[in-house]
Design a protein around this ligand. Structure first.
Ligand SMILES: *[C@@H]1O[C@H](CO)[C@@H](O)[C@H](O)[C@H]1NC(C)=O
Ligand SMILES: *[C@@H]1O[C@H](CO)[C@@H](O)[C@H](O)[C@H]1NC(C)=O
Length: 219
């Protein structure tokens, strides 16, 4: 599996960029600014991972591949919507991080994923959505800004809807619902799904750090 440095690098950038002066934006006290930047940065790491994952996988897997693997025609289109949503979330987060004066921390990364078949993709998407749900639930709880608490709550609803869609409509893990329409409660179930998922990331010095997500696919 290719090691990816990005999640750790984003975290490492924040303390450095905190020292950079800037002239614009709503003023926040230093502690709130710092905390907001971290929470936004964590969410952005996951969204950048998601954009990269959905974009590269959908480029690889055609409508015929989905059909041949036995998925309904709407499934690939559903994933295109999930990709658009990840891009929109990512843009929002980049904008806010930039407004807080930390544009350097919003730089994206290159990822590669071990997706070979449609089923690999679907299974990984399920794990990625579980990670997104837990990230936004954590972000909403940690946020010290009302604006971001509300924004995280909305994005959490999106991620929960997609996670639910994947497990029901795509994977038929239960028969409840086949549309994006009825979100699970965000407190229902997901933290457990995240257990055992591992992200391999590597910092610039070449030290490998396990930060949580992906894994399990190759072993
Ligand atoms: C956040 O902190 C950075 C670095 O101290 C500062 O440049 C920026 O203006 C602050 N942003 C807000 C919105 O207060
Ligand atoms: C995908 O996940 C299902 C369980 O949800 C499992 O039975 C199946 O073997 C997995 N397929 C791949 C290719 O990992």
């Amino acid at each position: 599996m290719k090691l990816s440095r990005c999640l750790t690098i984003l975290a490492a950038l924040l303390p450095i960029t905190l020292a950079a002066p800037t002239a614009s934006g709503r003023r926040q006290d230093g502690a709130t600014n710092d905390s907001s930047s971290r929470v936004l940065g964590d969410a952005l790491s996951v969204e950048q991972l998601a954009v990269s994952f959905y974009d590269s996988s959908l480029a690889l897997l055609s409508a015929d591949d989905f059909r041949a693997a036995g998925y309904a025609d709407g499934v690939r289109q559903g994933y295109e919507q999930v990709l658009e949503s990840a891009k929109a979330h990512s843009d929002y987060l980049v904008g806010e991080i930039t407004n807080l004066g930390h544009a350097d921390a919003a730089v994206g990364c290159d990822y590669t994923f071990p997706v070979k078949t449609t089923e690999d993709f679907v299974n990984m998407s399920e794990k990625l959505q579980a990670l997104a749900v837990s990230t936004y639930a954590g972000g909403r709880d940690r946020s010290q800004s009302d604006t971001y608490t509300t924004a995280f709550g909305k994005m959490l609803d999106d991620e929960t809807r997609y996670a639910s869609w994947i497990s029901t409509a795509v994977k038929h893990e239960d028969s409840a619902d086949t549309s994006f329409k009825s979100p699970l409660s965000s407190r229902q179930g997901f933290p457990d799904t995240v257990n055992g998922i591992v992200v391999y990331s590597q910092n610039e010095c070449g030290t490998t750090t396990v930060t949580g997500f992906l894994g399990g696919l190759n072993n």
